[in-house]
Design a protein around this ligand. Structure first.
Ligand code: 5GP
Length: 205
């Protein structure tokens, strides 16, 4: 019997929203079934980080060789450093029927969406967006400069949302983790995914 492919789960969101914290909290849960795809980066190792655990740390030259050799599913340059997802690990793990989890910034997520339209794309938003909305609602006409500049940031963040399947507010890390776990469970129960499993019985190829 053909092994059912795993699900590619992509967690992304605007910078500073807490993607890393949420991802670490997810993987510290005892019952997590998905595999974390360790990224490659050209940035310097921070104290406490371990090569091959937090990232695969490479020089810029090494990273550029990986780009040339098509070894990355996606990559981007973010605040002066390269970040990317090794493609072989993702493909191999999905083919083994395991779910793969990526925690990446929005440019990379866009590239993955193009290559894996079937993936599960989750957008993490900051609680400040709801706060902002409430303030606008309760105060009616917001005109001060601070609100106006916060509105511009918020608008840009919200515009990125349209590439994603689900949106999770990171109000509390535990809440975000619970929601993400629930989304993954629901995604596995989606009719078109389940149907694929039963295609022999259903008599379709
Ligand atoms: P940091 O340097 O703080 O570990 O990560 C900076 C940013 O890079 C974070 O937003 C993180 O989500 C993102 N990032 C980490 N790994 C990857 C990757 O493989 N690809 C992309 N596109 N972004 C990544």
């Amino acid at each position: 019997m053909e092994t059912e492919k795993g699900l590619l789960i992509v967690l992304s969101g605007p910078s500073g929203v807490g993607k890393g914290t949420v991802r670490k909290a997810i993987f510290s849960e005892p019952d997590i079934q998905f595999e974390y795809s360790i990224s490659v980066t050209s940035r310097k190792m921070r104290p406490g980080e371990v090569d091959g655990v937090d990232y695969f740390f490479k020089t810029r030259d090494e990273f550029e060789t990986m780009i040339k050799n098509d070894e990355l599913l996606e990559y981007t340059e973010y605040v002066g450093n390269y970040y990317g997802t090794p493609v072989d690990y993702v493909k191999k793990t999905l083919n083994e029927g395991k779910d793969v989890f990526l925690e990446i910034e929005v440019e990379g997520a866009k590239q993955v969406r193009n290559k894996f339209p079937d993936g599960l794309f989750i957008f993490l938003i900051p609680p400040s967006l709801s706060e902002l909305e409430n303030r606008i609602k309760t105060r009616g006409t917001e005109t001060d400069d601070l609100i106006r500049s916060r509105m511009t940031v918020a608008k840009n963040e919200l515009k990125m949302m349209n590439l994603y399947d689900y949106v999770v507010e990171n109000d509390k890390v535990e809440h975000a983790v619970e929601k993400i776990k629930a989304i993954v469970i629901a995604e596995h129960c989606r009719r078109n995914r389940v149907e694929k499993r039963f295609k022999k019985i259903l008599g379709v190829d």
